[in-house]
Ligand binder design. Structure first.
Ligand SMILES: [Zn+2]
Length: 381
């Protein structure tokens, strides 16, 4: 059809469906989160087979100019067979030590040119893996990054933020107040918060593509993901939905959202139970902290759409899974061990069986953990 512009994607409001006018927006003018909608099919022939990073899928991120890509070699992480029925996806081996690099490479690659054109810099609120990851990708892009962190924060992830050269702003008060400060309007400041910005979340759909390709398009029955703010969950579901819509898989595997007893708003809502968060989070899974995630409604909607499930694990189950993984040579953050603990729990409760193939996504590197051996298993909290 001559004269008809075919849009390859649209960023739309999850509530009022208004199309976002700018790729720099992190939320709709009505205040609700934005979502990426893809209007093209995934085609196997468009995979860059000789590129062993996330950017083998460059054709499926149409808002990124190939010459503007900022890459540290993220993605295309190993898939390891762990037992007769379980596989591990080693996403803790990404350049900054967490799966968040998938979001950062896509976000920074898409935005650094338009931001520099207007003399802008980026802000983000995180003291953890996302802050470290965004700081790392801003560095080679020569983009100034201001990372807002809670006062009193320390540890390896915070050290990463400093070494990558980001400016750190310490904020006293709640986690919500840290986010508010990061979003506060300031001249030339553009908020790219990893939870809200739709492009960060969109980068994570690459994980679904990799799993499909690594399993030769015959996906396992179940995929276990640790879930906090929901970026991993929503990104992976969106990737599988895209493959299904493109006719490459019959249906999404069963996505299992794994949470700790202390931080389990999704689990409780999904199961129709009420949730009261603790006054203080003391779990060893200290990367999972979103007791009131802004994307909860979206997470519930998406998990239901793909007929997913949610599991909650106890503190002793996380410790035990963390140690079991380490004793097999997998040194991951305790927050990643939550997904393995959930898998073991479902084997025990017979919600899954050894006949069902499962993938457990290992999300963060154990070198970032503050834990000191010996770890007391069955410790009270
Ligand atoms: Zn809206």
């Amino acid at each position: 059809m001559v004269g008809v512009l075919v849009m390859e994607y649209e960023i739309k409001c999850s509530k009022c469906s208004r199309t976002s006018p700018s790729i720099l927006d992190f939320r709709c003018s009505c205040g609700s989160p934005l979502e990426m909608h893809l209007h093209f099919n995934f085609e196997k022939r468009k995979i860059r087979k000789r590129n062993y990073s996330l950017w083998r899928y460059v054709s499926f991120f149409p808002y990124v100019n190939e010459k503007d890509i900022v890459s540290l070699g993220e993605g295309w992480t190993p898939l390891i067979k762990f037992s007769d029925s379980a596989y591990f996806k080693l996403d803790h081996l990404n350049p900054t030590g967490s799966f968040k690099d998938r979001g950062s490479t896509v976000l920074i690659s898409a935005l650094h040119k338009p931001l520099k054109k207007v003399g802008g810099y980026i802000s983000e609120d995180s003291s953890g893996n996302a802050g470290a990851s965004i700081a790392a990708y801003a560095a080679p892009a020569e983009l100034k990054a201001k990372i807002y962190v809670p006062e009193g924060v320390s540890g390896q992830k915070f050290n990463q933020i400093l070494f990558y050269g980001a400016e750190v702003v310490k904020v006293s008060g709640s986690r919500g107040e840290v986010a508010e400060d990061a979003q506060k309007l300031e001249k030339r400041k553009f908020y790219v918060g990893h939870i809200l910005h739709p492009l960060f979340r969109d980068g994570i759909r690459s994980l679904a593509y990799e799993l499909a390709e690594q399993f030769c398009w015959k996906l396992p029955h179940r995929i276990y993901l640790p879930v906090s703010a929901g970026t991993l969950l929503l990104g992976v579901i969106n990737g599988f939905k895209h493959l299904e819509k493109s006719g490459l898989i019959d249906a999404s595997p069963k996505i299992v959202a794994c949470q700790t007893r202390q931080v389990s708003p999704l689990y409780h809502r999904f199961k129709g139970l009420s949730y009261t968060p603790p006054n203080r989070i003391t779990s060893i899974a200290d990367a999972l902290v979103s007791v009131n995630p802004p994307l909860l409604d979206l997470m519930i909607k998406n998990l239901k759409e793909v007929n997913g499930d949610a599991v909650m694990v106890e503190e002793d189950e996380i410790s035990s899974a963390f140690i079991k993984l380490a004793r097999k040579g997998f040194f991951v953050e305790p927050s990643s061990a939550v997904a393995y603990a959930a898998y073991e729990k479902q084997l025990k409760t017979k919600e899954t069986s050894m006949g069902d193939k499962a993938v457990i996504v290992l999300t963060g590197n154990g070198l970032k953990s503050k834990l000191q051996p010996p770890l007391r298993i069955n410790a009270a909290f």
